[in-house]
Design a protein around this ligand. Structure first.
Ligand SMILES: C[S@@+](CC[C@H](N)C(=O)[O-])C[C@H]1O[C@@H](n2cnc3c(N)ncnc32)[C@H](O)[C@@H]1O
Length: 215
């Protein structure tokens, strides 16, 4: 890892920043996903967060949603400082169903026991991996999710005025059997966020590797 991801997280605390606005959208999406995603017959849902950071997009929402009692969530994040923060937050919010793992989210073995997931977060991932890896990851998600499962994802707009890369991400989801539930593209911010539902049966064995972060 070459980027300072701890510093990256600090922008969440800047009022009105693109990242703080993105957080609200992702949390709203997750609230919706927790009511609209399918669940097991006993009402439980499995969640996976890839490259989860400090978990602030997921943990407060789980606490509001029946105190996380019907959720088993695996948060996979490489940076031990960030996983420490996520574990502390989960403990403070009294979320016993949350399992924070310090590990490589590019390798499916890190969270394979939590699949097939009902809800999967891929926030802050697609802008840090190659287009080929974005495609490989999206193509593989049907092997990690239940039919009807919901993916919440983000993609930065970038700093130039060229084509918006988030459009390609959304199109790739459609190509791989997902149906668009929401797509937020504020004209005055660089973040984009989408929510897609797997519209066909989850299938196949997941590959060992989905992606590698570009340094
Ligand atoms: C852009 S941040 C997004 C964090 C979080 N998902 C969010 O949206 O707030 C990218 C995160 O990916 C983590 N990361 C980088 N490579 C990783 C890998 N191979 N496996 C797991 N996490 C990784 C970084 O430490 C960083 O926390």
């Amino acid at each position: 890892m070459t980027r300072d991801w701890l510093r990256w997280h600090a922008d969440y605390d800047t009022a009105g920043s693109s990242l703080s606005r993105r957080l609200r959208v992702v949390q709203d999406y997750l609230e919706r996903a927790l009511t609209e995603a399918p669940a097991d017959p006993d009402g439980h849902r499995r969640l996976i967060s890839l490259c989860a950071g400090d978990g602030r997009d997921m943990l407060p929402v789980l606490a509001r949603h029946d105190q996380g009692r019907t959720v088993r969530a695996v948060l996979a994040e490489l940076d031990p400082e960030l996983t420490g923060r996520a574990r502390t937050a989960a403990a403070e919010l009294d979320l016993p169903g949350v399992d924070v793992r310090t590990g490589d989210a590019g390798r499916t073995e890190t969270y394979l026991d939590a699949a097939p997931a009902h809800v999967l977060l891929a926030c802050g991932v697609f802008g840090n991996i190659t287009t080929e890896d974005v495609r490989r990851t999206i193509a593989a998600l049907s092997s990690l999710m239940v039919s009807g499962g919901i993916v919440i994802w983000t993609r930065g707009r970038g700093d130039d005025n060229g084509p918006d890369p988030s459009a390609g991400v959304a199109a790739c989801f459609t190509e791989h059997g997902f149906h668009e539930l929401a797509f937020t593209r504020p004209p005055d911010a660089r973040f984009r966020a989408g929510m897609h539902r797997l519209a066909r049966t989850g299938s196949g064995d997941p590959p060992d590797r989905l992606f590698t972060f570009v340094p």
